[in-house]
Design a protein. Structure first.
Length: 256
């Protein structure tokens, strides 16, 4: 049985598909809206100048297979929906590109590689149908979790790509995966120990919270508070922006 790999379209996608086919993969090109997000992800890889990170990420994407198209990012809370993992990652990539304009001294390839790789092992952590519904965690998901499994997958991808074990970029990427939850209380045995890892952590936190808050606020009537959200340990308020506009509270200041 052939392993399945989802790759981007266009000339680059066909080239990558040919390379993967030579290694025993059945490559599927992007052909619908969800695959367009995969294309965004593969385009980010194609634009990298770091050959080591390119090779590792292409292997990781290939190892994820067609589950990458529909897998959620969580059983509940943030991005718990069909294609939620893609949504979460592509939004973080957009954020990473913006932050790189503010902090241009960061290693852009390393930061984007961390974004792409950080949650890919959720595909092995949870059991999901193709509608994005998670019914349970896998045995390895419960015993190891996606941080530990993510590190082993980065190492496996590097070996498949023929990259030496001592390559420091592989080690840096492994650290970003295992540290992206920030602290031991939330599952990371090491805190982020270099700037790109720190940035990855906060991009992850920000996107997860904004997605969760957006869903809660949309369900809350204007001018009211939500119920207490256990994951955030607080209630959220939905301001009545339309009313503020009407009474002039939020009006643009007049200029002479």
């Amino acid at each position: 049985m052939k392993k399945i790999a989802v790759v981007g379209g266009g000339a680059t996608g066909h080239t990558v598909a040919t390379e993967l086919a030579a290694r025993g993969y059945e490559a599927r090109l992007c052909d619908n809206e969800n695959y367009a997000q995969v294309l965004n992800r593969t385009a980010a890889i194609d634009q990298m100048k770091n050959a080591t990170l390119q090779k590792v990420l292409r292997e990781l994407i290939a190892m994820a297979g067609d589950k990458l198209v529909y897998f959620p990012a969580a059983q509940r809370l943030h991005h718990a929906e069909r294609s939620g993992l893609l949504h979460h990652t592509t939004t973080m990539l957009k954020g990473a590109r913006q932050m790189l304009q503010v902090y241009p001294w960061l290693d852009a390839d390393l930061l984007c590689a961390g974004v792409i790789a950080h949650d890919l092992s959720k595909i092995r952590e949870m059991q999901s149908d193709d509608a994005g519904n998670v019914n349970d965690y896998t045995v390895e998901g419960l015993l190891l979790g996606h941080l530990v499994r993510g590190v082993t997958q980065v190492r496996e991808a590097a070996r498949r790509a023929g990259i030496p074990d001592e390559d420091e970029y592989v080690l840096l990427l492994e650290h970003m995966v295992i540290s992206h939850h920030g602290e031991a209380e939330f599952g990371s045995p090491r805190p982020p120990m270099f700037p790109e890892a720190e940035m990855l952590h906060w991009l992850d936190v920000l996107d997860a919270r904004m997605n969760e808050m957006n869903g809660i606020v949309r369900r809350t009537p204007a001018g009211a508070f939500s119920e207490k959200i256990w994951s955030l340990d607080r209630r959220l308020y939905r301001a009545d922006y339309d009313a503020l506009e009407q009474d002039g509270t939020n009006a643009e200041p007049e200029t002479e």
